[in-house]
Design a protein around this ligand. Structure first.
Ligand code: SF4
Ligand code: SF4
Length: 458
């Protein structure tokens, strides 16, 4: 059935859809959210942290401390090298042991500050809540807080909030979808700190001057939907009912920015365009709660909630850990392994990155550590493509993964451009449905690399 346009042209008023707009592609996955009722637990302060200077999309930070320096929780230790970057703060109090180098999941190397903790977790004396009365001050504050997209993207939040003057934004979309199996970190934020979520939303709504806020939450989270709906539908705080929760179909990748904006508003973001091009700004639900906490306390982004789960983990949990904590410390806190680990992922099973070193430190944008035992890992080899077209039907970006694979094999730069490999968001839907188990996401990544390198040569 045709759905109503979200904007009533006759009155020029924004309309709140009562059900999500139907999108294209995607897959229905088992939710496997076994930790949804696990209240967040604080990790005891680790003996050491290794804080990467690259924890965001954009230029890495330059360390501002040296070996032997005493540091405190929330003290800046890395300054941004460019506008698209975010400062890094110490997540612990202790002594800097070394400025070292770590290998990132992308394969690049980055500088990192290694700190031996003193167990005191003393706050830095320079911490004070910022004054925020307008968008300019908000962007400054968010930049100083070190906030990056906490949904996993790691895009510096102050850059996202700095909307170009020629763009008119009328809708704030809050991403509470958390569509990846296993992950429940955002869900715990919604049920443990709904007041922070709502306060963050009201602050952004007032400063952005938007009249419509849609909190998109997958329908497999009824408790979060009820809590947020009850709090948002509050006559005193929101007399015109401009903040509403929209239950979304539990279908992956519902939380992808373009998919979410379409599901919540019916607006389609074109190739190479951003949400602001269709009048929207999208913020992750944990990010808005963090903004409220930062404005009230002045404590920057120094810790992160992660879901620790998977068939190899003894006691799956939601853990709040200082940024820079080695994965091995967090696994130990969850009772270690009950079976030989075969695959360790940073993030969920669809978009998570496979890790090979348990001493890798966690980053701001990490939201899960999932470890599988051998029996849960399908390592059967890929077979020939049978041209069934399932990958095309599953792709939410309307791409043709099988054709793109072919262009990658031929190193056909023009073909890769024509078939829009750069639009791929690496969601993994195509590989998930492929009966031949083709490594389609790897081909998409290779295709992007080929295009980038071809662009550099021009
Ligand atoms: S889903 Fe797999 S087998 Fe089917 S067309 Fe796509 S690549 Fe080929
Ligand atoms: S990984 Fe890329 S090509 Fe595959 S379904 Fe997702 S967007 Fe489409």
């Amino acid at each position: 059935m045709k759905q109503a346009n979200p904007i009533s042209k006759a009155e020029g008023e924004l309309i709140f859809p009562t059900r999500p707009f139907k999108g294209y592609g995607g897959v229905i996955l088992p939710h496997l959210k076994g930790t949804e009722n696990c209240e967040s637990q604080m990790l005891p302060t680790p003996k050491k942290v290794v804080i990467s200077m690259q924890q965001h999309v954009g230029a890495p930070c330059n360390p501002t401390v040296k070996a032997g320096d005493k540091v405190f929780v929330g003290q800046p230790i890395g300054e941004p090298a460019s506008y698209v970057s975010a400062p890094i703060h110490s997540s612990v109090s202790g002594t800097v042991k070394a400025i070292t180098e770590i290998l990132l999941t992308s394969g690049q190397r980055a500088k990192a500050v290694e700190i031996e903790t003193d167990g005191e977790q003393t706050l830095w004396s320079g911490i004070k809540p910022p004054r925020v009365n307008n968008m300019e001050q908000l962007c400054e504050a968010v930049k100083a807080s070190g906030l990056v997209g906490l949904g996993g993207a790691g895009f510096p939040a102050h850059v996202k909030l700095n909307i170009p003057k020629d763009k008119k934004v009328d809708t704030l979309v809050i991403n509470g979808a958390e569509c990846e199996p296993y992950l429940t970190a955002d869900y715990r934020e919604m049920v443990e700190h709904p007041e922070d979520v709502l306060e963050g939303i009201y602050l952004l709504k007032a400063l952005l001057k938007v009249e419509r806020v849609i909190i998109g939450v997958e329908s497999n989270k009824p408790k979060a939907i009820k809590i947020l709906s009850d709090m948002a539908y509050n006559e005193e705080r929101d007399p015109y009912n401009h903040v509403r929760v929209l239950p979304l179909k539990a279908q992956y990748p519902q939380g992808a920015e373009k998919t979410l904006v379409h599901a919540c508003t019916g607006r389609r973001i074109g190739k190479g365009k951003l949400p602001a091009d269709v009048g929207c700004i999208v913020m992750n639900i944990t990010s808005v709660a963090f903004i409220h906490r930062y404005i009230t306390t002045g404590i920057p982004l120094v810790s992160k909630r992660l879901t620790v789960d998977g068939s190899a983990v003894t006691e799956p949990k939601n853990v709040i850990a200082p940024i820079g904590t080695p994965i091995s410390d967090i696994i130990r806190f969850c009772g270690g392994y009950k079976a030989e680990p075969r695959k360790l992922l940073m993030g969920g099973p669809m978009m998570g990155i496979t890790m090979y070193d348990e001493d890798t430190p966690i980053l701001k944008q990490n939201n899960g550590i999932i470890v599988f035992a051998a029996e849960s890992v399908d390592e059967s080899p890929a077979t020939e493509c049978i041209r069934c077209g399932r990958c095309v039907a599953a792709c939410p970006m309307h791409l043709q993964p099988l054709t793109i694979e072919n262009k990658v094999v031929k190193r056909d730069v023009e073909g890769l451009e024509r078939f829009s490999v750069m639009s791929c968001m690496e969601c993994g839907c195509c590989a998930f449905v492929c009966p031949a188990k083709r490594k389609l996401v790897q081909y998409m990544r290779m295709g992007k690399t080929i295009l980038r390198k071809a662009g550099e040569k021009k």
